[in-house]
Design a protein around this ligand. Structure first.
Ligand SMILES: Nc1nc2c(c(=O)[nH]1)N[C@H]1C(S)=C(S)[C@@H](COP(=O)(O)O)O[C@H]1N2
Ligand SMILES: [Mo]
Length: 368
């Protein structure tokens, strides 16, 4: 029964049959790593992360810009297109909780595997241009984002209302996007308008955006406070009493990589062709190494050219691997020299797991 209702849901949302739906009252889905092979992730294999309902009717939709501004605005998408210069960015979208299931103990939240990430070309207008048109006050330090989705079973309670520090809201890469990969946003990815904040966790990429409020303090909307999408300033151990005051909002994503092929459980003979993706947050990616002997020796992978500073990059390597069970690993390093750890720092909500990606399989005897 579960199987056929999952199939219906995938069809309804335009998701690939390979997408795994999480067992959660809200709609949450992720692809296995081998479906993330494209330079630009097609909408049907881009993960879906909904904290509450999936808003339906968007008739008469407008975006309001209010708060500490000289001139509050109310705009339709047609007006956004007509009034502001088009802008485009190819950028990685990754959930801060991607990889959570590999933490021990796991921490509260969706048990994401490795697939809550994708890279797309986002088109729209610069958020900075729209904010300039509204004229933010000098005291402005943050924006709060609002949408009509509500917590499940709790109409009137916002599912998620995140925001951005004003510097990121005004940065040239931050967009109000109405298109993904040249097509209107899919309903599950935020139609008709979402924030695109490259380098920030996906939680800041507010979907179904209807209102931006300019504030003189950090926004305190749904899932902005407490431990949500925050990390402790210093290491904490499982079970330790927690003080929310030592937690800061996550504003940057760590360097990371993902092996697309071969896929987990592979069985193949001959030279192994390893291919995957690597990306980073605000600090650019430097290089990727791969290992086929449990991390004892590492080999430099070849990096594809970059579609701009916020896109992921393909990497590939060919390794001669002795027959038998093997564990392949990929490890990306950023330009500040930070590499992916074998075991990342544990945190109570299981955010930012950028452990070295491992794929297990068997190398068979015989030629390729
Ligand atoms: N309005 C709204 N925006 C939202 C969310 C949400 O639940 N509601 N989820 C956020 C989170 S946590 C992530 S990781 C991204 C996921 O975007 P996607 O579903 O298009 O992949 O959307 C963000 N924007
Ligand atoms: Mo997320």
């Amino acid at each position: 029964m579960q199987g056929s209702s999952d199939e219906r849901l995938r069809l309804q949302l335009g998701l690939s049959p390979g997408m795994r739906l999480h067992d959660d009252p809200a709609i949450n889905a992720e692809p296995p790593p081998d479906l993330l092979r494209d330079r630009l992730t097609p909408a049907e294999v881009l993960f879906v992360r909904n904290n509450g309902t999936l808003p339906q009717a968007m008739d008469g939709w407008t975006l309001e810009v209010t708060g500490l501004v000289r001139q509050p605005l109310c705009l339709t998408v047609a007006e956004l297109r007509a009034r502001f210069t088009p802008a485009r960015v190819t950028a990685v979208l990754e959930c801060a909780g991607n990889g959570r299931s590999a933490f021990e103990p796991r921490g509260e939240g969706l048990p994401w595997g490795h697939g809550a990430v994708g890279c797309a070309e986002w088109s729209g207008v610069r958020l900075a241009d729209v904010l300039e048109a509204a004229g933010p006050a000098r005291e402005a330090v943050y924006i709060g984002s609002h949408s009509p989705d509500h917590a499940l079973g709790r109409p009137g309670v916002a599912a998620l209302s995140r925001g951005l520090p004003i510097a990121k809201a005004m940065a040239p890469e931050t967009l109000l996007a109405f298109e993904m990969n040249g097509a209107p946003l899919a309903p599950s990815h935020g139609f008709p308008l979402r924030i695109v904040a490259p380098g920030f966790p996906g939680s800041a990429w507010q979907k179904w955006l209807t209102r931006i409020v300019v504030l003189d303090r950090e926004h305190d909307g749904a899932k902005m406070t407490g431990l949500d999408y925050r990390l402790p300033r210093h290491a904490v151990a499982p079970g330790e009493p927690l003080d929310a005051a030592i937690f800061d909002v996550i504003t940057d994503m760590p360097v990371k990589s993902l092996i697309n092929t071969p896929a987990e459980g592979f069985r193949q003979a001959g030279l192994l062709q390893i291919a995957g993706k690597a990306w980073s947050g605000h600090t650019p990616l430097s290089h990727v190494d791969v290992s086929a002997d449990g991390g004892r020796t590492w080999h430099a992978a070849q990096l594809d050219s970059a579609d701009g500073p916020w896109a992921w990059r393909g990497f590939s390597a060919t390794l001669e691997v002795p027959e038998g069970e093997v564990e392949l690993m990929a490890r990306a390093t950023d330009c500040a020299g930070r590499g992916q750890p074998m075991t990342p720092a544990w945190n109570p909500r299981g955010y930012l797991n950028n452990a070295v990606h491992r794929v297990r399989g068997t190398v068979l005897p015989g030629p390729a």
